[in-house]
Design a protein around this ligand. Structure first.
Ligand SMILES: [Zn+2]
Ligand SMILES: [Zn+2]
Ligand SMILES: [Zn+2]
Ligand SMILES: [Zn+2]
Length: 308
């Protein structure tokens, strides 16, 4: 027994705890990341340690993520990250003694001297960063994997664009089309149902890149609406090089939208909520559908072009 220490009963399950850092340390991402080699700088010359010793010390033994200040330790010297410290109710997960409030300044200083490769090295990023700025870079690293753009179901698949295109086709059975113009019919037998669950996704192959055309019904405030918008399967700086137009209409009336595709880095939800697309009020949508207003039949035509 440590002097003055008391054992505690709660032992956290090491796998149920996740880090709260902005960067998601999802299993999918961890699988693609290679084992990271620690590079320690001695007198300005980086020396790569093959044992990974220092880097392992900086891994929280509870959640396995990299630790950032304040790094905590128990009276027996076991370290853990600040997120986990809150969750373990003042009880060291390793030896179960009372944690107290001891900071591990030595380890924080050691971390300062480390230089590590970006975690997306295997995906093409070859930059090396001081330990404390690595996380910030990784949040914006252009090689970081994309989230699956499929909406309507929580899909946690991540990867590069060619991988996600295959995933959409094989796992979500998404329609794939080639060409930069399209003419699409959306038919729904019960247009009174305007729930979040109503959506469709089509992928267009155009200029050698892929674009996601989303069509969905949702409640905008109290008004039921339909919305169509385009997302680009790539980063924002490239998305901006394209424009697109969408048209819907019937009986001599027509609604037109011209916009810039949004990167799939922006979630489907974010684009929808910013109303960055063609929005059709339900009344108008039913008018465009013709007939007895019992069925939604919309024809959406569109075009994608490159801005030079
Ligand atoms: Zn932790
Ligand atoms: Zn301990
Ligand atoms: Zn990077
Ligand atoms: Zn998916």
């Amino acid at each position: 027994m440590a002097p003055g220490g008391s054992t505690c009963k709660e032992v956290p399950e090491s796998h149920s705890i996740t880090a709260d850092y902005d960067i998601a340390t999802s299993n999918a991402e961890m699988k693609i990341s290679p084992p990271i080699k620690a590079t320690i700088t001695y007198g300005g010359k980086p020396v790569t340690s093959s044992t990974n010793g220092v880097h392992e010390l900086l891994e929280c033994p509870v959640c396995m993520s990299s630790m950032y200040p304040p790094i905590h330790q128990c009276p027996n010297g076991h370290t853990l990250c600040s997120n986990c410290k809150i969750r373990v109710h003042n009880c060291c997960p390793t030896c179960r003694y009372e944690l107290g409030n001891i900071r591990c300044l030595a380890l924080e200083k050691v971390a300062e001297s480390l230089e590590l490769p970006c975690r997306y090295q295997s995906l093409g990023c070859h930059d090396i960063f001081p330990y404390y700025s690595k996380l910030k870079h990784e949040q914006h690293c252009r090689f970081r994997p994309y989230n699956c753009p499929y909406a309507g179901a929580e899909c946690s698949v991540t990867g590069d664009i060619p991988f996600l295109v295959l995933h959409l086709k094989d796992d979500h059975k998404v329609d794939m089309h080639s060409g930069c113009t399209f003419n699409h019919r959306y038919v729904k037998s019960n247009p009174q149902e305007v729930e979040n669950a109503t959506w469709m996704l089509t992928v267009f192959n155009c200029f050698g890149r892929q674009f996601c055309l989303h069509f969905e019904a949702f409640q905008l405030g109290t008004a039921p609406v339909y919305m169509a918008f385009l997302r680009f399967m790539g980063d924002d700086n490239e998305a901006k090089k394209f424009s697109y137009s969408l048209e819907v209409g019937a009986n001599g009336r027509k609604l037109t939208w011209q916009g810039v595709p949004r990167s799939i880095r922006d979630s489907h939800r974010k684009v929808r909520d910013s109303q960055d697309g063609l929005i059709i009020q339900r009344n108008l949508a039913l008018f465009f559908s013709g007939g007895d207003r019992q069925e939604l039949k919309l024809r959406v035509t569109g075009r994608i072009w490159k801005e030079e």
